[in-house]
Design a protein around this ligand. Structure first.
Ligand code: AMP
Ligand code: MG
Length: 486
Protein backbone atom coordinates (compact mmCIF):
# COMPACT_ATOMS: atom_id res chain seq x y z
CA UNK A 1 0.00 0.00 0.00
CA UNK A 2 2.70 2.38 1.04
CA UNK A 3 4.67 1.58 -2.08
CA UNK A 4 1.89 2.44 -4.51
CA UNK A 5 1.41 5.87 -2.99
CA UNK A 6 5.12 6.68 -2.97
CA UNK A 7 6.44 4.92 -6.05
CA UNK A 8 9.27 2.92 -4.52
CA UNK A 9 10.83 0.33 -6.81
CA UNK A 10 13.12 -1.63 -4.57
CA UNK A 11 15.74 -4.13 -5.58
CA UNK A 12 18.54 -5.56 -3.44
CA UNK A 13 21.17 -6.86 -5.83
CA UNK A 14 24.07 -6.10 -3.47
CA UNK A 15 22.75 -8.82 -1.15
CA UNK A 16 23.53 -11.36 -3.85
CA UNK A 17 27.25 -10.86 -3.21
CA UNK A 18 29.05 -13.41 -1.02
CA UNK A 19 27.98 -13.42 2.64
CA UNK A 20 31.32 -12.11 3.84
CA UNK A 21 30.76 -8.83 1.96
CA UNK A 22 27.79 -7.69 4.03
CA UNK A 23 25.62 -8.17 7.10
CA UNK A 24 21.85 -8.26 6.91
CA UNK A 25 20.22 -6.30 9.72
CA UNK A 26 17.49 -3.75 10.42
CA UNK A 27 17.94 -0.18 11.61
CA UNK A 28 17.67 0.24 15.38
CA UNK A 29 14.26 1.85 15.99
CA UNK A 30 14.36 5.42 17.28
CA UNK A 31 12.21 7.08 19.92
CA UNK A 32 10.52 10.09 18.38
CA UNK A 33 11.51 10.73 14.76
CA UNK A 34 10.87 14.16 13.31
CA UNK A 35 11.66 15.40 9.79
CA UNK A 36 14.16 18.28 9.85
CA UNK A 37 14.65 18.72 6.11
CA UNK A 38 13.45 16.91 3.04
CA UNK A 39 14.73 17.24 -0.53
CA UNK A 40 11.62 17.62 -2.70
CA UNK A 41 13.46 18.11 -5.97
CA UNK A 42 15.66 15.03 -5.48
CA UNK A 43 12.61 13.04 -4.47
CA UNK A 44 10.91 14.06 -7.74
CA UNK A 45 14.02 13.15 -9.70
CA UNK A 46 13.82 9.69 -8.15
CA UNK A 47 10.17 9.45 -9.17
CA UNK A 48 8.97 9.38 -5.56
CA UNK A 49 5.83 11.10 -4.34
CA UNK A 50 5.43 11.78 -0.64
CA UNK A 51 2.60 14.28 -1.01
CA UNK A 52 0.03 11.84 0.34
CA UNK A 53 2.14 10.91 3.32
CA UNK A 54 1.78 12.60 6.69
CA UNK A 55 4.82 14.29 8.28
CA UNK A 56 4.75 11.63 10.96
CA UNK A 57 4.85 8.79 8.45
CA UNK A 58 7.60 10.54 6.50
CA UNK A 59 9.70 10.77 9.66
CA UNK A 60 8.94 7.15 10.42
CA UNK A 61 10.17 6.07 6.97
CA UNK A 62 13.36 8.15 6.99
CA UNK A 63 14.32 7.14 10.51
CA UNK A 64 14.12 3.47 9.59
CA UNK A 65 11.23 2.80 11.98
CA UNK A 66 9.09 1.75 9.01
CA UNK A 67 11.07 0.38 6.07
CA UNK A 68 9.54 0.46 2.57
CA UNK A 69 8.14 -2.84 1.32
CA UNK A 70 10.79 -4.64 -0.66
CA UNK A 71 13.68 -3.13 1.25
CA UNK A 72 16.25 -5.49 2.76
CA UNK A 73 18.65 -3.46 4.83
CA UNK A 74 22.33 -4.34 4.95
CA UNK A 75 25.60 -3.00 6.30
CA UNK A 76 28.43 -3.28 3.81
CA UNK A 77 31.83 -4.64 4.70
CA UNK A 78 34.92 -2.84 3.44
CA UNK A 79 38.48 -2.12 4.35
CA UNK A 80 40.60 0.94 3.76
CA UNK A 81 43.84 2.79 4.19
CA UNK A 82 43.14 5.45 6.79
CA UNK A 83 45.90 8.07 6.66
CA UNK A 84 48.05 5.42 4.99
CA UNK A 85 47.32 2.59 7.46
CA UNK A 86 45.36 -0.45 6.38
CA UNK A 87 42.30 -1.29 8.52
CA UNK A 88 39.22 -3.50 8.29
CA UNK A 89 36.15 -1.27 8.41
CA UNK A 90 32.55 -1.50 7.19
CA UNK A 91 29.37 0.50 7.70
CA UNK A 92 29.68 1.19 11.41
CA UNK A 93 26.81 3.62 11.56
CA UNK A 94 25.13 3.25 8.21
CA UNK A 95 22.71 0.84 6.59
CA UNK A 96 21.83 0.52 2.97
CA UNK A 97 18.07 0.03 2.82
CA UNK A 98 18.15 -1.08 -0.79
CA UNK A 99 18.43 0.07 -4.38
CA UNK A 100 15.64 2.19 -5.78
CA UNK A 101 15.13 1.97 -9.54
CA UNK A 102 13.72 5.04 -11.25
CA UNK A 103 11.29 5.02 -14.17
CA UNK A 104 14.17 5.70 -16.56
CA UNK A 105 15.88 2.60 -15.15
CA UNK A 106 18.58 4.29 -13.10
CA UNK A 107 19.63 2.46 -9.95
CA UNK A 108 20.43 4.34 -6.73
CA UNK A 109 21.53 3.09 -3.32
CA UNK A 110 19.52 4.53 -0.47
CA UNK A 111 21.53 4.59 2.72
CA UNK A 112 20.76 5.72 6.24
CA UNK A 113 23.68 7.30 8.06
CA UNK A 114 23.38 7.33 11.86
CA UNK A 115 20.95 4.40 12.02
CA UNK A 116 22.51 2.47 14.89
CA UNK A 117 25.15 -0.12 15.63
CA UNK A 118 26.18 -2.78 13.15
CA UNK A 119 28.65 -5.67 13.34
CA UNK A 120 31.26 -3.18 12.06
CA UNK A 121 30.72 -0.49 14.73
CA UNK A 122 33.61 -1.58 16.94
CA UNK A 123 33.30 0.49 20.14
CA UNK A 124 31.39 3.40 18.62
CA UNK A 125 27.67 4.08 19.04
CA UNK A 126 26.47 3.81 15.43
CA UNK A 127 24.80 7.17 15.73
CA UNK A 128 25.23 10.62 14.23
CA UNK A 129 24.50 14.14 15.46
CA UNK A 130 22.16 16.64 13.83
CA UNK A 131 24.80 19.29 13.02
CA UNK A 132 27.13 17.03 10.99
CA UNK A 133 24.23 15.32 9.17
CA UNK A 134 22.79 18.69 8.16
CA UNK A 135 26.27 19.75 7.16
CA UNK A 136 26.60 16.73 4.85
CA UNK A 137 23.17 17.59 3.43
CA UNK A 138 24.21 21.18 2.69
CA UNK A 139 27.66 20.45 1.28
CA UNK A 140 26.58 17.49 -0.86
CA UNK A 141 23.68 19.44 -2.34
CA UNK A 142 25.97 22.44 -2.89
CA UNK A 143 28.46 20.17 -4.68
CA UNK A 144 25.64 18.97 -6.91
CA UNK A 145 24.77 22.60 -7.70
CA UNK A 146 28.45 23.23 -8.44
CA UNK A 147 28.23 20.37 -10.96
CA UNK A 148 30.74 18.20 -9.13
CA UNK A 149 29.84 14.46 -9.15
CA UNK A 150 28.54 13.59 -5.70
CA UNK A 151 26.26 11.47 -3.58
CA UNK A 152 23.07 13.36 -2.73
CA UNK A 153 21.01 13.93 0.40
CA UNK A 154 17.32 13.14 0.52
CA UNK A 155 16.36 13.76 4.14
CA UNK A 156 17.52 14.48 7.64
CA UNK A 157 15.44 13.20 10.53
CA UNK A 158 15.93 13.97 14.21
CA UNK A 159 15.70 10.76 16.20
CA UNK A 160 14.32 12.30 19.41
CA UNK A 161 17.25 10.73 21.23
CA UNK A 162 20.37 12.29 22.62
CA UNK A 163 23.76 11.11 21.57
CA UNK A 164 26.83 11.59 23.66
CA UNK A 165 29.81 13.37 22.19
CA UNK A 166 31.72 16.04 24.18
CA UNK A 167 28.24 17.18 25.17
CA UNK A 168 24.72 15.80 24.67
CA UNK A 169 23.57 16.37 21.11
CA UNK A 170 20.42 15.73 19.09
CA UNK A 171 20.71 12.42 17.26
CA UNK A 172 19.90 12.43 13.55
CA UNK A 173 19.78 10.19 10.48
CA UNK A 174 20.72 11.31 6.99
CA UNK A 175 19.36 9.54 3.92
CA UNK A 176 22.12 9.40 1.36
CA UNK A 177 21.50 8.62 -2.30
CA UNK A 178 24.41 7.26 -4.32
CA UNK A 179 24.87 5.58 -7.66
CA UNK A 180 26.50 2.93 -5.45
CA UNK A 181 28.56 2.67 -2.28
CA UNK A 182 31.28 0.49 -3.83
CA UNK A 183 34.60 1.91 -2.73
CA UNK A 184 38.27 1.26 -3.41
CA UNK A 185 38.15 -0.15 0.13
CA UNK A 186 35.43 -2.63 -0.89
CA UNK A 187 37.89 -4.15 -3.37
CA UNK A 188 40.65 -4.12 -0.76
CA UNK A 189 38.33 -6.06 1.54
CA UNK A 190 37.44 -8.62 -1.14
CA UNK A 191 41.11 -9.07 -2.03
CA UNK A 192 42.05 -10.31 1.44
CA UNK A 193 38.95 -12.46 1.89
CA UNK A 194 39.50 -16.16 2.67
CA UNK A 195 37.22 -16.95 -0.21
CA UNK A 196 39.10 -16.44 -3.48
CA UNK A 197 35.83 -15.93 -5.36
CA UNK A 198 34.82 -12.80 -3.42
CA UNK A 199 37.02 -10.53 -5.47
CA UNK A 200 35.77 -11.95 -8.75
CA UNK A 201 32.13 -11.65 -7.57
CA UNK A 202 32.58 -8.03 -6.54
CA UNK A 203 34.38 -7.28 -9.79
CA UNK A 204 31.62 -8.83 -11.93
CA UNK A 205 28.96 -7.07 -9.90
CA UNK A 206 30.71 -3.71 -10.25
CA UNK A 207 31.18 -3.80 -13.99
CA UNK A 208 27.66 -5.08 -14.58
CA UNK A 209 26.27 -2.27 -12.45
CA UNK A 210 28.49 0.62 -13.50
CA UNK A 211 30.43 -0.18 -16.64
CA UNK A 212 28.55 -2.83 -18.65
CA UNK A 213 30.41 -1.70 -21.76
CA UNK A 214 33.44 -3.74 -20.61
CA UNK A 215 31.51 -6.89 -19.66
CA UNK A 216 32.69 -8.73 -22.75
CA UNK A 217 36.21 -7.33 -22.78
CA UNK A 218 39.11 -9.78 -22.53
CA UNK A 219 41.02 -7.18 -20.52
CA UNK A 220 38.14 -6.12 -18.27
CA UNK A 221 40.25 -5.68 -15.10
CA UNK A 222 42.70 -3.36 -16.87
CA UNK A 223 39.73 -1.56 -18.45
CA UNK A 224 38.11 -1.04 -15.04
CA UNK A 225 41.34 0.37 -13.65
CA UNK A 226 41.58 2.78 -16.56
CA UNK A 227 37.94 3.88 -16.22
CA UNK A 228 38.16 4.46 -12.46
CA UNK A 229 41.46 6.30 -13.00
CA UNK A 230 39.76 8.69 -15.44
CA UNK A 231 36.72 9.14 -13.18
CA UNK A 232 38.79 9.88 -10.09
CA UNK A 233 41.18 12.15 -11.94
CA UNK A 234 38.41 14.25 -13.36
CA UNK A 235 36.61 14.31 -9.99
CA UNK A 236 39.66 15.62 -8.19
CA UNK A 237 40.25 18.24 -10.85
CA UNK A 238 36.67 19.38 -10.18
CA UNK A 239 37.44 19.64 -6.46
CA UNK A 240 40.48 21.76 -7.34
CA UNK A 241 38.33 23.96 -9.59
CA UNK A 242 35.95 24.93 -6.79
CA UNK A 243 38.52 24.95 -3.95
CA UNK A 244 37.15 21.88 -2.17
CA UNK A 245 39.22 20.04 0.42
CA UNK A 246 37.76 16.60 1.14
CA UNK A 247 39.84 16.17 4.25
CA UNK A 248 39.71 12.40 4.62
CA UNK A 249 40.66 10.81 1.31
CA UNK A 250 41.11 7.37 2.82
CA UNK A 251 40.65 4.54 0.30
CA UNK A 252 37.32 3.68 1.94
CA UNK A 253 36.07 7.14 1.02
CA UNK A 254 36.81 6.88 -2.71
CA UNK A 255 34.02 5.49 -4.87
CA UNK A 256 34.32 3.36 -7.99
CA UNK A 257 31.52 5.43 -9.54
CA UNK A 258 33.61 8.61 -9.25
CA UNK A 259 31.16 10.41 -6.97
CA UNK A 260 32.38 12.45 -4.01
CA UNK A 261 31.39 10.59 -0.84
CA UNK A 262 31.54 11.02 2.92
CA UNK A 263 31.33 14.65 3.84
CA UNK A 264 33.07 14.55 7.20
CA UNK A 265 35.84 17.05 7.81
CA UNK A 266 35.58 18.61 4.33
CA UNK A 267 35.46 22.37 3.72
CA UNK A 268 36.00 24.97 1.01
CA UNK A 269 39.08 27.16 0.83
CA UNK A 270 38.60 30.93 1.09
CA UNK A 271 42.02 32.58 0.63
CA UNK A 272 44.17 30.64 -1.79
CA UNK A 273 46.73 28.48 -0.06
CA UNK A 274 47.92 25.16 -1.51
CA UNK A 275 48.57 23.70 1.95
CA UNK A 276 45.02 24.33 3.21
CA UNK A 277 43.92 21.65 5.70
CA UNK A 278 40.79 21.82 7.84
CA UNK A 279 40.68 18.42 9.50
CA UNK A 280 41.84 18.47 13.13
CA UNK A 281 43.55 15.09 12.74
CA UNK A 282 45.42 15.80 9.49
CA UNK A 283 48.55 16.92 11.29
CA UNK A 284 50.97 16.49 8.39
CA UNK A 285 48.81 17.82 5.58
CA UNK A 286 48.41 14.43 3.89
CA UNK A 287 45.02 15.52 2.55
CA UNK A 288 45.83 19.23 2.00
CA UNK A 289 44.26 21.01 -0.99
CA UNK A 290 47.23 20.67 -3.33
CA UNK A 291 48.07 17.14 -2.22
CA UNK A 292 44.72 15.77 -3.35
CA UNK A 293 45.87 14.75 -6.86
CA UNK A 294 48.92 12.88 -5.49
CA UNK A 295 46.69 11.11 -2.97
CA UNK A 296 44.28 10.19 -5.75
CA UNK A 297 47.16 8.46 -7.51
CA UNK A 298 48.14 6.72 -4.27
CA UNK A 299 44.55 5.52 -3.75
CA UNK A 300 44.29 4.35 -7.36
CA UNK A 301 47.47 2.36 -6.83
CA UNK A 302 45.76 0.59 -3.93
CA UNK A 303 42.85 -0.10 -6.28
CA UNK A 304 45.25 -1.43 -8.91
CA UNK A 305 46.81 -3.75 -6.29
CA UNK A 306 43.36 -5.13 -5.48
CA UNK A 307 42.79 -5.90 -9.14
CA UNK A 308 46.13 -7.66 -9.73
CA UNK A 309 44.78 -11.25 -9.46
CA UNK A 310 42.20 -10.35 -12.11
CA UNK A 311 44.61 -8.55 -14.43
CA UNK A 312 46.85 -11.56 -15.04
CA UNK A 313 47.48 -14.96 -13.42
CA UNK A 314 51.14 -14.12 -13.67
CA UNK A 315 51.71 -11.61 -10.85
CA UNK A 316 54.80 -10.07 -12.45
CA UNK A 317 52.91 -9.40 -15.66
CA UNK A 318 49.94 -7.99 -13.75
CA UNK A 319 52.18 -5.62 -11.77
CA UNK A 320 53.88 -4.50 -14.97
CA UNK A 321 50.67 -3.57 -16.72
CA UNK A 322 49.18 -1.83 -13.64
CA UNK A 323 52.42 0.10 -13.09
CA UNK A 324 52.47 1.22 -16.71
CA UNK A 325 48.96 2.60 -16.40
CA UNK A 326 49.59 4.35 -13.10
CA UNK A 327 52.88 5.89 -14.23
CA UNK A 328 50.97 8.03 -16.71
CA UNK A 329 48.98 9.72 -13.93
CA UNK A 330 51.16 12.78 -13.12
CA UNK A 331 51.36 13.94 -16.74
CA UNK A 332 47.74 13.13 -17.52
CA UNK A 333 46.54 14.93 -14.41
CA UNK A 334 48.68 17.95 -15.16
CA UNK A 335 47.08 18.27 -18.60
CA UNK A 336 43.59 17.97 -17.14
CA UNK A 337 44.42 20.53 -14.46
CA UNK A 338 45.86 23.04 -16.96
CA UNK A 339 42.77 22.72 -19.16
CA UNK A 340 40.55 23.23 -16.11
CA UNK A 341 42.51 26.33 -15.04
CA UNK A 342 42.45 27.69 -18.60
CA UNK A 343 38.67 27.30 -18.60
CA UNK A 344 38.54 29.29 -15.36
CA UNK A 345 40.54 32.00 -17.09
CA UNK A 346 38.45 31.84 -20.27
CA UNK A 347 41.37 30.96 -22.51
CA UNK A 348 41.41 28.40 -25.31
CA UNK A 349 44.09 26.86 -27.52
CA UNK A 350 47.68 26.22 -26.49
CA UNK A 351 50.31 28.82 -25.76
CA UNK A 352 53.71 27.97 -24.26
CA UNK A 353 53.21 30.65 -21.59
CA UNK A 354 49.83 29.38 -20.36
CA UNK A 355 51.21 27.44 -17.43
CA UNK A 356 53.24 30.39 -16.17
CA UNK A 357 50.22 32.68 -16.57
CA UNK A 358 48.25 30.35 -14.30
CA UNK A 359 51.08 29.94 -11.78
CA UNK A 360 51.68 33.67 -11.60
CA UNK A 361 48.07 34.34 -10.63
CA UNK A 362 48.04 31.53 -8.06
CA UNK A 363 51.31 32.73 -6.51
CA UNK A 364 49.97 36.26 -6.27
CA UNK A 365 46.83 34.99 -4.52
CA UNK A 366 48.90 32.83 -2.20
CA UNK A 367 51.43 35.50 -1.21
CA UNK A 368 48.79 38.16 -0.69
CA UNK A 369 46.19 35.87 0.95
CA UNK A 370 43.57 36.58 -1.70
CA UNK A 371 40.22 34.85 -1.95
CA UNK A 372 40.25 32.08 -4.59
CA UNK A 373 36.59 32.08 -5.69
CA UNK A 374 36.21 35.85 -5.62
CA UNK A 375 39.29 36.41 -7.79
CA UNK A 376 37.68 34.55 -10.67
CA UNK A 377 34.42 36.39 -10.01
CA UNK A 378 36.35 39.66 -10.27
CA UNK A 379 37.85 38.58 -13.61
CA UNK A 380 34.32 37.88 -14.88
CA UNK A 381 33.19 41.27 -13.57
CA UNK A 382 30.80 39.47 -11.22
CA UNK A 383 32.31 40.38 -7.87
CA UNK A 384 29.90 42.58 -5.98
CA UNK A 385 32.03 43.38 -2.91
CA UNK A 386 35.67 43.56 -1.78
CA UNK A 387 37.13 44.64 -5.12
CA UNK A 388 39.76 47.06 -3.70
CA UNK A 389 42.56 44.50 -3.59
CA UNK A 390 42.40 44.08 -7.36
CA UNK A 391 43.88 47.52 -7.98
CA UNK A 392 47.17 46.04 -6.77
CA UNK A 393 50.00 46.84 -9.21
CA UNK A 394 51.30 43.31 -9.53
CA UNK A 395 47.82 42.01 -10.19
CA UNK A 396 47.16 44.68 -12.81
CA UNK A 397 50.31 43.78 -14.67
CA UNK A 398 49.25 40.10 -14.68
CA UNK A 399 45.75 41.13 -15.77
CA UNK A 400 47.14 42.94 -18.80
CA UNK A 401 48.88 39.78 -20.01
CA UNK A 402 45.75 37.74 -19.36
CA UNK A 403 43.54 40.24 -21.23
CA UNK A 404 45.73 39.84 -24.33
CA UNK A 405 45.99 36.05 -24.05
CA UNK A 406 42.24 35.44 -23.68
CA UNK A 407 41.63 37.04 -27.08
CA UNK A 408 43.96 34.67 -28.93
CA UNK A 409 41.62 32.46 -30.97
CA UNK A 410 38.62 33.66 -28.99
CA UNK A 411 36.21 36.55 -28.57
CA UNK A 412 35.40 38.31 -25.29
CA UNK A 413 31.95 36.70 -25.37
CA UNK A 414 33.45 33.26 -25.95
CA UNK A 415 35.92 33.78 -23.15
CA UNK A 416 33.27 34.98 -20.69
CA UNK A 417 30.93 32.16 -21.53
CA UNK A 418 33.71 29.62 -20.81
CA UNK A 419 34.52 31.34 -17.52
CA UNK A 420 30.91 31.46 -16.41
CA UNK A 421 30.63 27.70 -16.74
CA UNK A 422 33.80 27.15 -14.72
CA UNK A 423 33.61 29.75 -11.96
CA UNK A 424 30.83 29.68 -9.38
CA UNK A 425 29.67 33.08 -8.14
CA UNK A 426 29.88 31.78 -4.59
CA UNK A 427 30.75 28.59 -2.70
CA UNK A 428 29.60 27.17 0.65
CA UNK A 429 31.95 29.25 2.76
CA UNK A 430 32.62 27.86 6.20
CA UNK A 431 31.37 30.89 8.14
CA UNK A 432 28.11 30.90 6.17
CA UNK A 433 27.50 27.17 6.59
CA UNK A 434 28.38 27.35 10.31
CA UNK A 435 26.04 30.28 10.88
CA UNK A 436 23.15 28.50 9.14
CA UNK A 437 23.86 25.32 11.13
CA UNK A 438 23.94 27.25 14.41
CA UNK A 439 20.45 28.58 13.76
CA UNK A 440 19.24 25.10 12.83
CA UNK A 441 20.75 23.16 15.72
CA UNK A 442 20.53 25.71 18.54
CA UNK A 443 17.34 27.58 17.66
CA UNK A 444 15.55 24.95 15.61
CA UNK A 445 15.32 27.55 12.83
CA UNK A 446 15.96 26.16 9.33
CA UNK A 447 15.37 29.46 7.48
CA UNK A 448 19.04 30.16 6.80
CA UNK A 449 19.79 26.57 5.78
CA UNK A 450 16.88 26.54 3.33
CA UNK A 451 17.70 29.98 1.92
CA UNK A 452 21.29 28.95 1.31
CA UNK A 453 20.30 25.61 -0.23
CA UNK A 454 18.01 27.45 -2.63
CA UNK A 455 20.89 29.68 -3.77
CA UNK A 456 23.15 26.60 -4.06
CA UNK A 457 20.87 25.04 -6.66
CA UNK A 458 22.65 27.17 -9.24
CA UNK A 459 25.74 29.01 -8.01
CA UNK A 460 26.60 30.03 -11.58
CA UNK A 461 23.46 32.06 -12.03
CA UNK A 462 23.52 35.80 -11.50
CA UNK A 463 21.13 36.78 -8.71
CA UNK A 464 21.15 39.88 -6.54
CA UNK A 465 20.97 38.08 -3.21
CA UNK A 466 24.25 36.23 -3.76
CA UNK A 467 26.21 39.26 -2.51
CA UNK A 468 25.86 38.03 1.10
CA UNK A 469 27.53 34.75 0.07
CA UNK A 470 30.51 36.46 -1.58
CA UNK A 471 31.48 38.00 1.76
CA UNK A 472 34.80 36.58 2.92
CA UNK A 473 35.22 35.73 6.61
CA UNK A 474 36.68 38.35 8.92
CA UNK A 475 40.43 37.87 9.37
CA UNK A 476 41.15 35.86 12.50
CA UNK A 477 44.09 34.02 13.99
CA UNK A 478 41.93 30.99 14.66
CA UNK A 479 42.10 28.31 11.99
CA UNK A 480 38.78 26.84 10.86
CA UNK A 481 38.85 23.23 12.03
CA UNK A 482 36.66 20.28 11.19
CA UNK A 483 36.31 16.93 12.93
CA UNK A 484 35.87 13.29 11.88
CA UNK A 485 33.26 10.78 13.03
CA UNK A 486 30.93 13.35 14.61
P1 AMP B 1 34.51 7.97 8.14
O1 AMP B 1 35.67 8.69 8.72
O2 AMP B 1 33.20 8.69 8.34
O3 AMP B 1 34.73 7.55 6.73
O4 AMP B 1 34.33 6.64 9.00
C1 AMP B 1 35.33 5.67 9.15
C2 AMP B 1 34.75 4.42 9.75
O5 AMP B 1 34.30 4.67 11.07
C3 AMP B 1 33.56 3.86 8.99
O6 AMP B 1 33.68 2.47 8.97
C4 AMP B 1 32.39 4.33 9.81
O7 AMP B 1 31.27 3.48 9.65
C5 AMP B 1 32.95 4.28 11.23
N1 AMP B 1 32.25 5.21 12.14
C6 AMP B 1 32.31 6.55 12.15
N2 AMP B 1 31.54 7.06 13.13
C7 AMP B 1 30.96 6.01 13.77
C8 AMP B 1 30.02 5.86 14.84
N3 AMP B 1 29.54 6.91 15.51
N4 AMP B 1 29.66 4.61 15.18
C9 AMP B 1 30.13 3.52 14.53
N5 AMP B 1 31.00 3.59 13.52
C10 AMP B 1 31.41 4.81 13.12
MG1 MG C 1 33.73 6.78 5.30
Amino acid sequence: MLDKRIGWQFDNTYSSLPESMLSKLSPTPVKAPEIVIFNDSLSKKLGLDFSKISKKELASIFSGNQLPIGSESIAQAYAGHQFGHFTILGDGRALMIGEHITKDNKRYDLQFKGSGKTPYSRNADGRAALGPMLREYIISEAMHGLKVPTTRSLAVVKTGENIIREENLDGAILTRVASSHIRVGTFQYALISNNKNDLKSLFNYTIKRHYPEILKSKTAAVDLLKIVYEKQMSLISEWMRVGFVHGVMNTDNMTISGETIDYGPCAFMDTYSPDTVFSSIDLHGRYAYFNQPAITKWNLERFAESLLPLIDDNREKAIKSATEIMSTFPNRYKKVWITMMKNKLGIIGDDPDDESLISELLSWMHLNKIDYTNTFCFLMDELLIGKEIYSNKQFLSWKKKWAQRRLIGNTIEGSISLMRKSNPLFIPRNHIVEDALKFATELNDLTKVKQFLLACENPYEKKTHIMQYQKVPKPTNKKYQTYCGT
